[in-house]
Design a protein around this ligand. Structure first.
Ligand code: NAI
Length: 242
């Protein structure tokens, strides 16, 4: 069976993507780092709709943790493969650069950029051998235009976009596509501390987006119909930045 792995899949945008891909009949691997209960809840939501899901716990920012978990899954799933990878795990640790600590810089880059590298490299060989794969990376408006207080996050997301474009060219001939979704402001735990009332005045659509609106695009990019789209960055931002 062809599985879809979603990093940081236990809540927010990742959870919505898990539900979307499950509705497309893909068995789902819900990756999470520590929130076991939220991951179980996502699995139950998938199963209640007739889908199939398994939990796969690892820290995307730790190469050994990701390698061990994926290796163990592969050892116990002969004949199955992970054909769709959504690199969704991400964190924010905002600070003006003049006050930014090394830890704030490294943790954000480790999660978004290094996490993408460790997990994607691990799964690429199988996708290339089976000549079909979908890699969908969740970047951000912040990686396209830069946002103050987010030099770490903007750098990590912009680098993720660059890496995705390069990888798309490396693997296109093997029918593996690599695309990026750049959400604007989406209502999740990550944006809970923001002043939504003030920020939505800047958004042409007049509101924050919903995780399902990002997931719908991920579903399309994962489909066979999207086979000729690769190396693209698609915004889901209510017209905030185009
Ligand atoms: P969230 O905070 O609800 O979800 C992030 C998920 O990633 C959490 O489940 C978290 O546990 C997981 N995660 C963090 N570090 C991890 C690690 N090392 N290993 C495994 N999992 C890890 O936030 P949200 O909004 O759902 O974010 C999902 C993605 O969307 C992130 O990459 C974020 O940067 C991106 N994004 C979100 C926007 C928003 O407005 N909510 C806007 C633009 C991008």
């Amino acid at each position: 069976m062809k599985y879809a792995l979603v990093t940081g899949g236990s809540r927010g945008i990742g959870r919505a993507i898990c539900l979307q891909l499950a509705a497309m009949q893909y068995p789902i691997l819900i990756n999470y780092r520590s929130n076991h209960e939220a991951a179980i809840d996502t699995r139950l939501q998938i199963e209640s709709k007739g889908g199939k899901a398994e939990l796969l716990s690892f820290d995307a920012a730790d190469p050994h943790s990701a390698d061990d978990a994926i290796g163990h899954w592969q050892d116990t799933h002969e004949g199955d493969s992970i054909a769709i990878l959504v690199n969704n795990a991400g964190i924010r640790m905002d600070s003006m650069m003049v006050f930014m600590q090394n830890e704030q810089w490294h943790k954000v880059v480790d999660t978004t950029l290094n996490g993408f590298f460790y997990v994607t490299r691990r799964l690429l060989k199988d996708m290339l051998t089976s000549r079909w794969g979908r890699i969908i990376n969740i970047a951000s408006l912040s990686g396209l235009k830069g946002l103050p207080g987010q030099t770490n996050y903007s750098a990590a997301k912009a680098a993720l976009i660059g890496a995705s474009k390069a990888l798309a060219l490396e693997v296109a001939a093997r029918k593996v596509t690599v695309n990026v979704i750049a959400p604007g402001f989406i209502e999740t735990d990550m944006t809970r501390d923001l002043d939504e009332k003030q920020l939505k005045q800047m958004i042409p659509a007049g509101r924050f987006g919903q995780p399902e609106e990002v997931a719908a695009l991920a579903g399309f990019l994962a489909s066979n119909e999207a086979a000729y789209i690769t190396g693209e960055v698609i915004s889901v931002n209510g017209g905030l930045y185009t």
